[in-house]
Design a protein around this ligand. Structure first.
Ligand SMILES: [Zn+2]
Length: 342
């Protein structure tokens, strides 16, 4: 899922996303939309799909992660979390019930429960306390949502437990009792070494139902997508393809390419000769490097388009390999690609 933090994937139009890139689902951030322009305004404008003119699926997070990472003076109690807006310092409260309400107003297709995403590292004691709060919050969110007979929106609970396999397992087992449409694995990519992220997915996945989508939140690098799929993950979201594009890091089938390098100054080749995106069909590395160096807006537009296409191509390659029974070979090929273009 490409990330559209403010109901826009920076640099791309909805037509680019739907028609050229064939994005089926994107993510929007509840925390940001709650603060600005406000979920009630979005509701009055006909819901997020109409507001942003996006006919396909939208997943909204609960806002919890941003509260913990962006806002000031947050205070967690069993009732919910009080925080100050990073925009104007206003105080707000998110509860398991209120974040469901906000997402219902936004009208997303998949909503997420409010969870606590602990920083890394934390003690086992704190991780347990936090995980138990996340489970209680998930139960409250589900009770609230079910009491509203909430139409065709889905609600996913989020497995937490920091980097402790026993807590991950316990959390998953307790959340499965909610009989949700899908399950998320949260609390990854919070600064832990990457092998530990994989280990936590491995510790969680066997306890989540196989027939429901599993969503690893906020991962991963291009070369990690197949690794997560190999561990039973179906869905991922990450700002990396769009954010890295703007910062000059381009993902290719031959590894990562850093466009500002002098060696691309007169390079007439496209970013990736194996890519069929609009950028690669029409523009050279030399031109993109020039735009980047000159700080031109078009650079971000073209680079983002390529990186999102690369991520979606990876997922298409993975699906194809699985259908053909060739996923283990595919994984070996991916692991052999160098991190950076040689
Ligand atoms: Zn391309």
């Amino acid at each position: 899922m490409p990330v559209g933090t403010q109901a826009t994937v920076k640099g791309l139009t909805q037509r680019d996303l739907a028609e050229e890139l064939d994005v089926r689902i994107l993510l929007a951030n509840t925390y940001h939309l709650f603060l600005r322009p406000g979920h009630e305004l979005v509701r009055r404008m006909g819901g997020l799909h109409r507001f942003m003119s996006w006919p396909r699926a939208i997943l909204t997070d609960s806002g919890g992660y941003q509260v913990f990472s962006l806002s000031d003076l947050r205070k967690i109690t069993d009732d919910g979390v009080t925080f100050q807006s990073h925009l104007d310092g206003d105080r707000h409260v998110f509860t398991p019930e209120s974040t469901v309400e906000v997402q219902m107003a936004l009208g997303s297709d998949v909503m997420m429960v409010l969870d606590e995403c602990p920083e890394y590292p934390v003690s086992h004691e704190y991780a347990r306390e936090s995980m138990e709060r996340t489970v209680r919050w998930a139960r409250r969110a589900f009770a609230h949502w079910r009491a509203k007979a909430a139409g065709d929106q889905s609600l996913f609970p989020i497995v937490q437990g920091s980097m402790f396999a026993d807590l991950r397992r316990e959390c998953a087992e307790r959340l499965v009792e909610l009989a949700a449409d899908g399950y998320a694995i949260g609390g990854l990519s919070v600064g832990e070494p990457r092998p530990l992220s994989f280990e936590m997915v491995e510790a969680t996945e066997p306890f989540l139902p196989r027939e429901r989508p599993r969503y690893a939140m906020g991962v991963g690098m291009a070369e990690e997508l197949a690794e997560y799929v190999a561990r039973g993950v179906d869905m991922m979201d990450c700002v990396l393809p769009s954010r890295n594009a703007r910062n000059g890091y381009l993902f290719t089938s031959q590894g990562r390419l850093i466009i500002k390098h002098t060696r691309y100054k007169e390079d007439a080749r496209p970013i990736d000769e194996n890519c069929g995106c609009y950028t690669c069909r029409n523009y050279s590395r030399a031109y993109l490097r020039h735009l980047y160096q000159a700080g031109e807006m078009l650079y971000a537009v073209l680079a983002t388009r390529h990186n999102i296409r690369r991520y979606l191509d990876i997922m298409r390659e993975i699906r194809q390999a699985i259908l053909l029974g060739q996923f283990p070979e595919y994984l070996r090929t991916v692991r052999a690609v160098p991190v950076e273009v040689e």
